[in-house]
Design a protein around this ligand. Sequence first.
Ligand SMILES: [Zn+2]
Length: 328
Amino acid sequence: MAEQVVPGGRGRAHRRAGGDRRSRSEREIAASAAVAPQPFGTGELAPGVVTELSARVRRVIAPNPSMMTGPGTGTYLVGSPDGDVAVIDPGPDIAAHLDRIADVGAGRIRWVLVTHTHEDHSPGTDGLVARTGATSVGFGPRDGFEPDIAAADGWSLTLDGGTGPATTLRAVHTPGHASNHLCWLDEDEAMLFSGDHVMDGSTVVIAPPDGDMTAYLGQLERLKALAPRSIAPGHGRLITDPGARIDEYLTHRRARAAQIVGLLAEAGATGAGTVTVDELVARIYADVTEALHPVARFSVWAHLRQLAEEGRATSVDPDQVDAPWAPN
Ligand SMILES: [Zn+2]
């Protein structure tokens, strides 16, 4: 198959009730997955490459690598070799990618499961359903995605395994990166399809108001307690040390929150007594290229809102990214 590479970040702008005063680039960052730039996909992460991760799980990389998504979206096909197949995250609406998934599924795709409605995960749903006649499942309608079945936490599906074993996939509602985010747990292999809640090689963008740091961290703890044997992320390679990887995420976020508490205290003791998100970003990310500061603003803001919920920070308007903050 010819490899077609398209830049990420195209597609519908994400509309929100009540208007959205952010710039297009800010909206794109809010809807994107990762912060750390990664080399575009090569080897097993090259666009169009099919990788067998287990006897029942294959991954096809979508041709949408970019600074914000790292390697292209990982689309997963789950099911025994001659049984029914569920696709997890068809990815962007790119015909070559959807053709590839349908080919690999060889007429056995019965289900299309979606982790969340960001533009690199769900827009291929309708095209894949048109190619396969599959039934689509997601948390609920949003961003142009309208699933046949709205799945709440705990909803599950058992795939007929043909001559092989059956496979049960369970929805785990994991708000944080996106309020409508579902991880999918393969209960038989203890493999967790983590979408953008946990990814390989970078941290995850938490962009308020849809992104929520308190929920994100709570769900990380919950995923850790599920004790998956492996994590198949929406971006990057299979993670074979899930507990350690989740601990790294938690440690990183706790350290960042502590750093912000320290800077709030410093500001409270001097001068105006308040500090803004931009001032905090300038201090915390002094060594990081300014190109990433717009992403960092969301992260710092998300942490401040988390600290406000914990009674450790206060602002006249926590819903405004430019509002001043003080220690509490
Ligand atoms: Zn996302």
